[in-house]
Write a protein that binds this ligand. Structure first.
Ligand SMILES: [Zn+2]
Length: 123
């Protein structure tokens, strides 16, 4: 991978990082309406479980999950940026093969090549 390609991925990662950080800020400052159950996609069983859990509103629970997922994505982006610095970017962390550029363009933070990813998903 040449320097300008690498630079393009660095830029994409930094942009995504910024986007996620502001999304996170919105999640944290947003005050979800109480008892607003519109948009709920939880099953009756899950709703009952949440009600049992007490003070958490459905909206807050959904925000929390979203927040967790956003934190996870940010971590992946941080790791990818570190890999750009260390010169390991674009190499599969499992088998060391080069990750296909189409895959990196879609997911610049991908750390596994498609074969290893498929293997991981099969378990
Ligand atoms: Zn691999």
């Amino acid at each position: 991978m040449n320097a300008s390609e690498l630079d393009g991925f660095r830029k994409a990662l930094l942009e995504e990082k910024e986007r996620l950080n502001s999304a996170l800020e919105n999640l944290q400052t947003e005050n979800p309406g109480v008892d607003d159950e519109e948009g709920s996609e939880l099953s009756a069983v899950e709703e009952a479980h949440l009600a049992e859990a007490g003070s958490l509103t459905l909206d807050r629970e959904i925000d929390y999950t979203l927040e967790e997922a956003t934190h996870e994505s940010l971590k992946e982006i941080e790791v990818a940026l570190e890999r750009i610095e260390s010169g390991d970017f674009g190499l599969c962390t499992s088998c060391g093969a080069e990750i296909a550029s189409e895959r990196l363009e879609a997911l610049p933070w991908a750390s596994l090549c498609i074969e290893c990813k498929r293997r991981e998903e099969r378990g």
